[in-house]
Design a protein around this ligand. Structure first.
Ligand SMILES: Nc1ncnc2c1ncn2[C@@H]1O[C@H](COP(=O)(O)OP(=O)(O)OP(=O)(O)O)[C@@H](O)[C@H]1O
Length: 586
């Protein structure tokens, strides 16, 4: 079973109201086997920056929409910090069980009673620290026990108005209206302001949907009346997959907690109780682009323009922090009721350093860049640009690119051919040119997200029909910016050229058992260490092109991965350089 299948096969990306009572899933379908990326190639997710997520929308720039973040004053270390390092370390062998789900939204929608929060109020003298859940990173767990029981917390910067926060500090990023004056909430260790008994002020509401690492609920801040989304996973000891799952979720926390942009879902904080890890996020009620495509069909070009502009705005911000999302696709892009785009699902995001290349094999195959599929020597921020091109095609057709091919064939097509996915005729020349720029196979010649924002396709007043513009800046493929020439050389410095496989190799490849984990396309040894494909959304139909979204057909694909291949690294080590398969490729 293909890895991406395993990961996504059972999850429901749609909002709960889309669930039919008959749409039950087996627990096995929902089991997630995603292992952390190669630690050698990607040492740390995100280096904590001084720019905390706390910033004000009032400072949003007009250009990319990036908000200025304002470092918070450090609290006085002379303050008593009894909970910063406390006894009661817990081994890192906890587990996540809520990655599986067979219940309907209704099953999950019962609000739970207030939970004991492990958040430590700043009023109690807690020092804001890194958002890392250390135990998930394989480090010693710092835990606090406010009620005599072992518990852990996830300290975050203090909220505005806390004793250690300067009055001059601007409000944190929050989903609240910029003019609302409502302060953001910092849940764990930084403003959960839970009761003395540790009861969380965040109340869990209706079930929204399931993801790889757990379930998403609507939440309510009982003190501020604010809605949020709660991503929750159960922490169960003795679950052999828990460590990796928690690492992955921690990665999402690490990345999101550093980000503050109107087109990126805002992180509020997290709480770790005895049973669950809850991550509090900006609630985006419109659902994903994928969901909108499923419900309303393909988007018109003006909508595509609008969404693409915002996607790139968020990406430009992200890439400006040397962080790559790695799973850009319609299902991971949320839309609020005003049409504002929010990039979400940062579970695979990675910080790229000058000294590292990414060798892990992650993402959703249909949106995956060739250099990722080929997995030759590493890849860069440019992989997201490729995925943006695929997402535009998805928005224009309500299907992912390459959808006429089943998963493995699509991977071959992406990795081993020079073909380009079909671009709908009805799109304007600007749009077509934009897509072609994104889908250049050589990542070094792909424009950056910031550069693409200058493309005529995204100009607010650009023509919305097939362009006959004679503009010297036209990207119609014939003028100022020829596609095949590197328009912006050297902007993806970590790129390593990918050699096309010889004919012989291609033959060998096609004769081998194929899966993303064991794929002969993955020709380098270290690749096997990290192999987690994000699946196409369950409701996408492959390979039957005109059947609309049909999860069942794809689920029945004979190319689905064996789950064990994901659980047991040794099963895909068979494809390491020393393996017999490997020898057939060289
Ligand atoms: N901040 C949010 N606001 C509203 N709905 C959300 C939010 N985040 C996620 N959702 C919805 O919750 C469901 C599950 O989301 P989640 O991110 O856990 O799944 P996912 O995107 O499939 O994650 P993964 O790729 O890790 O499996 C989806 O329907 C998604 O649209």
């Amino acid at each position: 079973m293909p890895t991406w299948w395993v990961r996504k096969s059972g999850k429901n990306k749609d909002d709960s109201h889309l669930l039919q009572p008959t749409q039950t899933r087996s627990v096995s379908d929902k089991t997630i086997r995603r292992v952390s990326a190669d630690s050698k190639s990607s040492p740390d997710p995100v280096t904590p920056s001084r720019c905390t997520p706390r910033c004000s929308r009032e400072f949003a720039s007009s250009g990319s929409g990036e908000k200025k973040c304002h470092p918070l004053p450090l609290p006085s270390l002379s303050t008593s910090v009894p909970n910063d390092h406390v006894s009661g370390s817990v081994s890192g062998s906890a587990s996540v069980s809520s990655v599986s789900s067979s219940g309907s939204a209704e099953d999950q929608s019962q609000p739970t009673p207030p939970r004991k929060s492990n958040a430590v109020s700043p009023k109690a003298g807690t020092r804001p620290t890194s958002p890392l859940h250390n135990r998930f990173s394989g480090m010693t767990l710092e835990s606090s026990s406010t009620d005599g029981r072992s518990s852990e917390y996830h300290p975050l910067p203090l909220p505005p108005g806390s004793p250690t926060t300067s009055p001059s500090v601007v409000l944190p990023c929050s989903p609240a209206s910029p003019s609302s004056g409502v302060q953001g909430s910092w849940v764990v260790g930084g403003g959960s302001e839970s009761s003395p008994l540790g009861v969380s002020k965040w109340k869990k509401g209706r079930f929204i949907g399931s993801g790889t690492f757990g379930k998403v609920y609507q939440g309510f801040n009982s003190e501020e009346g604010r809605i949020c989304a709660i991503k929750e996973v159960k922490v169960i000891s003795d679950d052999k997959n828990s460590k990796e799952c928690l690492k992955q979720l921690n990665q999402e926390i690490n990345v999101l907690s550093q980000l503050c942009h109107p087109n990126i879902v805002q992180y509020y904080g997290s709480e770790l109780s005895e049973e669950t890890l809850s991550v509090y996020l900006e609630y985006v009620s419109g659902g994903s682009i994928h969901k909108l495509l499923t419900e309303y069909g393909a988007f018109t070009e003006p909508v595509i323009q609008n969404y693409t502009r915002q996607i790139l705005s968020g990406l430009a911000y992200l890439h400006g922090r040397n962080t790559v999302h790695r799973d850009i696709k319609g299902a991971n892009i949320l839309v609020d009721p005003n049409g504002e785009i929010k990039l979400a699902d940062f579970g695979m995001a990675k910080h790229v350093t000058a000294y590292s290349t990414m060798l892990s094999f992650t993402g959703s195959p249909y949106w995956m860049a060739p250099e990722v599929v080929m997995h030759k020597n590493g890849y860069t921020l440019a992989v997201d640009v490729w995925s943006v091109g695929c997402t535009i095609l998805e928005m224009a057709t309500a299907k992912p690119p390459w959808s006429q091919f089943e998963g493995v064939a699509a991977i071959f097509k992406i990795g081993n051919s020079k073909d380009m996915p079909e671009i709908p005729d009805h799109l304007s020349n600007d749009a077509k040119n934009f897509i072609r720029l994104c889908l250049q196979r050589n990542p070094t010649v792909r424009p950056t997200a910031a550069q693409l924002l200058e493309h005529p396709f995204l100009r607010v007043h650009s023509p919305r029909v097939a362009s006959t513009s004679a503009s010297p800046r036209s990207y119609d493929g014939s003028s100022a910016m020829p596609i095949r020439e590197p328009p912006f050389p050297g902007r993806h410095p970590v790129f390593h050229p990918i050699k096309s496989p010889s004919r012989e190799n291609v033959r060998a490849i096609t004769s081998l058992p194929v899966s993303p984990c064991s794929s002969p396309l993955r020709q380098l040894g270290p690749a096997y260490k990290s192999c987690f494909l994000s699946p196409p959304h369950p409701s996408y139909a492959f390979p039957v092109q005109d059947s609309g979204y049909n999860h069942a057909e794809f689920a029945a694909s004979p190319f689905r991965f064996k789950k064990d291949a994901l659980i047991e690294p040794s099963s895909y080590r068979a494809q390491a350089p020393s393996s017999p398969f490997r020898s057939r490729l060289v």
